[in-house]
Design a protein around this ligand. Structure first.
Ligand code: ASP
Length: 467
């Protein structure tokens, strides 16, 4: 018999149907057994009546078992209607019961808020935690966000393109995760901190409008809103200026958030220069919501732009604040080329802030080799060092490179705002523990001697803590 989803049972009142799902609640009343059965679309109360041939089996079947049941869908008598539940007016009288996967007692209560369960237990049994209402909702909202973003971008002539996972260490950002190269002993790939260079090379490659749901991996200290791995809606566009990218991204965020039933505090998004943001909020990310708006789940987006391009290093030199591949604002290109007023040079970087989080950032890029070279010169690189680092970009930019710019939107940060969650792990299916252990599986782990030999790696004893 064809499986009917529980959310659609109203269309089958008076008929006999088959449903599949998990038993959320068992009420064994001796002569009868009640099960609440749920699937991904809803929950329904079912009953095994006295004298049913499956009564004994029902009594032995534990909560969270996966079952297939067949039975008739009946309207409940008026006095038994539970108006608060979507299926509160119907119930199923079970005629046959098949236990597809029996469940042992589960290690924590899944029908209550699992945020209260210890992190290690929750992540060790993440597949059970995922059955909880909150995780089901969050992970499905994540899928909806990604789907709507994709739909918007496809409608705007974007092409989805994957870039390599095994790549070269990038000069932006933080520590790399590295992968030993068996065929090149002593050499390492790096996992991408972002597809920055490849997406720019796609612009040289005439793709014009690229996006990707890109995994970005950074070996950073773990925080509530930051993990080793995250996903970004990574975008790059050719023949554009700052305003074009900002307008496109703003339209996308409005379309996606409103389709997901969210209210946006202010449209168009207010804009603050970095200097204004620092003066008004003392930070470049801030929360514009009132307490009431916080309670209502309103989204308060804002742009921050006109950031300083460079900042002083501890050693007294200069480094970039956001992205070394950015273009200065047009009126400061001369300063960059002449190497003067370095601290005053502003970049075309724009960050999108929402409810206190930086939920994305991007810039217009330096698409001319001499501008990119000048950035590296300011940062103290010799011509040879610049060549060594980004020679492939300088070479590519010689061949008719269109002006281009883009952005990356953090999927998790956006989801935290859409769901109202304060922790990244609530919007990722298999996050790491705070100590950097994988969920369910037990990485990181030592390699076998055979693997180490094959890779040409010997492990040094860990450094002793200093006395
Ligand atoms: N590559 C930048 C990042 O990952 C985003 C961008 O400038 O497009 O933060």
């Amino acid at each position: 018999m064809e499986r009917i989803y529980i959310g659609e049972l109203h269309d089958h009142v008076g008929k006999s149907v088959s449903i599949c799902g998990w038993i959320s609640v068992v009420r064994d009343q001796g002569k009868m057994v009640f099960f609440d059965i749920r699937d991904m679309t809803g929950t329904v109360q079912t009953v095994v009546l006295p004298k049913s041939p499956v009564l004994e089996l029902a009594k032995q079947t534990g909560r969270e078992s996966a079952v297939r049941v067949m039975g008739s869908i009946n309207q409940r008598p008026e006095k038994n209607v539970d108006k608060d539940k979507p299926n509160g007016d119907i119930e199923m009288v079970i005629e046959s019961l098949e236990v597809l996967g029996a469940a042992e007692p589960v290690p924590f209560e899944l029908m209550e808020d699992t945020a209260m369960v210890g992190e290690e237990t929750r992540l060790q049994y993440r597949y059970l935690d995922l059955r909880s209402e909150r995780m089901q909702r969050n992970i499905r909202m994540r899928s909806e966000f990604v789907r709507r973003a994709r739909e918007f971008l496809f409608a705007q002539k974007f092409t989805e393109i994957e870039t390599p996972l095994l790549t070269e260490s990038t000069p932006e950002g933080s520590r790399d995760f590295v992968v030993p190269a068996r065929l090149h002993p002593g050499k390492f790939y790096a996992l991408p901190q972002s597809p920055q260079q490849y997406k720019q090379l796609l612009m040289v490659g005439g793709m014009e409008r690229y996006f990707q749901l890109a995994r970005a991996v950074r070996d950073e200290d773990l925080r509530a809103d930051r993990g080793f791995e995250h996903t970004q809606v990574d975008i790059e566009m050719s023949f554009v200026e700052q305003e074009d990218v900002m307008n496109m991204v703003e339209a996308m965020l409005i379309t996606v958030a409103e389709a997901m039933g969210k209210t946006i505090k202010q449209k168009p998004f207010p804009r603050f220069t970095y200097a204004e943001a620092m003066e008004q909020f003392g930070a470049d990310k801030f929360d514009l919501r009132t307490d009431e708006e916080k309670a209502e789940g309103v989204l308060a987006y804002a742009w921050v732009y006109k950031f300083p391009f460079f900042e002083k290093t501890d050693e007294g030199g200069w480094t970039f604040t956001h992205n070394p591949f950015s273009m200065p604002v047009p009126e400061h290109i001369d300063w960059l080329m002449e190497g003067k007023n370095i601290g005053d040079i502003l970049t075309t970087q724009y960050d999108i802030v929402c409810n206190g989080y930086e939920s994305g950032g991007g810039s217009i890029r330096a698409h001319k080799p001499e501008i990119l070279k000048a950035v590296y010169k300011v940062m103290g690189y010799s011509a040879e060092e610049t060549e060594e680092r980004i020679g492939h970009m300088l070479e590519a930019f010689k061949y008719g490179t269109p002006p281009h710019g883009g952005i990356a939107l953090g999927v998790e940060r956006n989801l935290m705002n859409l769901t109202g969650e304060s922790y990244l792990r609530e919007v990722q299916a298999f996050p790491m523990t705070r100590g950097g252990q994988t969920a369910v599986m037990k990485a990181p782990k030592p390699l076998t001697e055979k693997q180490l030999i094959e890779l040409g790696i010997s492990i040094r004893p860990p450094k002793k803590p200093q006395q």
